[in-house]
Design a binder for this molecule. Structure first.
Ligand code: SF4
Length: 139
């Protein structure tokens, strides 16, 4: 597999740091974990033009990129603040599972892990919550 250009990896690393800050999460304390995920994101940018999550297998990466659900930060991250790649985690390096449905595999694997900074992140969940509230009062 081709290595991504340094410039692309640097861009992805910058994005990861900013998104961790914005979402109230931390990058993994083991830098090798972060570097591996960032390199995978950069590889997908060069392959399909989008930072597709590197921790899934896609039979057709280009088609998957059009779906958007696994473009970082993916739907699961924006909805549940859960990153199964361990890019955005608690300071101890465990994924946040607090918002996952009980039957989600992340809950089974890691138990109930709360978010360190409750008021940040989950942009999609906030939008969905607003829509629900408007729907319930909008008659
Ligand atoms: Fe990004 Fe989601 Fe993959 Fe984590 S699981 S690296 S947030 S796409």
């Amino acid at each position: 597999m081709n290595e991504p250009r340094q410039r692309t990896s640097t861009r992805c690393g910058r994005y990861a740091r900013k998104y961790a800050e914005k979402s109230g999460t931390s990058l993994h304390p083991d830098r090798a974990v972060t570097e591996t995920v960032v390199t995978g994101l950069a590889r997908h940018i060069e392959q399909v033009g989008k930072p597709l999550c590197p921790c899934n297998f896609y039979p057709d990466p280009a088609a998957e990129a059009k779906q958007r659900r696994w473009i970082c930060a993916c739907d699961e991250m924006q909805k549940y603040k859960y990153c199964h790649c361990l890019l955005f985690v608690t300071p101890e390096g465990v994924p946040i599972t607090e918002y996952l449905p009980e039957d989600h595999e992340g809950r089974q694997a890691y138990g109930h892990r709360t978010r360190p900074v409750p008021d940040k992140g989950r942009a999609m969940a906030k939008v969905l919550g607003r829509h629900q509230a408007e729907g319930s009062t909008g008659g």
